[in-house]
Design a protein around this ligand. Structure first.
Ligand SMILES: C[S@@+](CC[C@H](N)C(=O)[O-])C[C@H]1O[C@@H](n2cnc3c(N)ncnc32)[C@H](O)[C@@H]1O
Length: 234
């Protein structure tokens, strides 16, 4: 097994490096619209990237319904929802679902394909929009694409929301976090600087196989948003 302190690049990093110049001068929303339009992240099944394919989400899909039940989650905000591909295969029985994304075309397509009683989609910016009422916000594979400043803005906005819980992507074995441009990718460990979150309530390991297993610690971690309010934390 390779040392997780020296990971090979993920496909999203390689693809962004090849096209970096195309992103100069774009707003945050324009960056993710370009990524969607060009399928920059290079997955066959979805423009949301390799981590959103069905095989990559098997462990997550197996564990999510149970986790939501254990924490009494009746209203779920999935922000960002991306193309809703793997989520369409999750049992959302008993849960009111709202998916949001910063790319209007994604939201429009999701509405046409997946809207149903209890399943709605909204155009939302995680960084600055008022967030709809929810018990838990699922924020999967998003902060890993944002600069530190925008991660802090996202976390501030989440803290200002009515949600009790945040379930979000982290790599618990990563020793330190690196900076990126918005739209690029790198792993993030939310328990080390500059975030220094307390230990999460739960960790749902995703069994990620990308880059020969170099991201095998990829997980969704559950925090009570209230626990992230202390100054200096997140
Ligand atoms: C890698 S995809 C992950 C989607 C989904 N969470 C999943 O697991 O399949 C990242 C998504 O984040 C969206 N996004 C990026 N920044 C955002 C923001 N500030 N607000 C809402 N959505 C955002 C992008 O448009 C893209 O659809």
């Amino acid at each position: 097994m390779r040392d997780l302190a020296r990971r090979r690049p993920a496909l999203a990093q390689l693809r962004y490096a090849e096209r970096r110049d195309a992103f100069a001068g774009l707003t945050l929303a324009e960056r993710f619209a370009l990524i969607h339009r060009t399928n920059l992240w290079g997955a066959a099944e979805t423009t949301s990237g390799l981590g959103s394919e069905l095989a990559a989400t098997a462990a997550l899909r197996a564990g999510l319904h149970d986790l939501l039940g254990r924490y009494g989650v009746r209203r779920l905000l999935d922000l960002p929802c991306g193309e809703f591909g793997w989520m369409a295969a999750v049992d959302l029985n008993g849960v009111d679902y709202i998916g949001g994304d910063i790319v209007p075309d994604i939201v429009t397509a999701n509405r046409a394909r997946h809207a149903a009683p209890g399943v709605a989609f909204r155009h939302l910016d995680l960084l600055e929009d008022d967030l709809p009422q929810a018990d838990l916000v699922l924020c999967r594979d998003c902060l890993v694409h944002l600069s530190f400043a925008n991660i802090h803005r996202a976390l501030e906005n989440l803290r200002a929301s009515s949600a009790r819980y945040l379930l979000t992507t982290t790599f618990p074995e990563l020793p330190e976090n690196g900076e990126i441009e918005d739209g690029d990718w790198r792993p993030l460990n939310l328990q080390v600087a500059p975030f220094c979150c307390p230990p999460p309530l739960e960790i749902l390991l995703e069994n990620c196989t990308e880059a020969g297993g170099d991201y095998r610690d990829k997980a969704l971690a559950l925090w009570r948003l209230e626990d992230l309010r202390e100054p200096g934390r997140l």
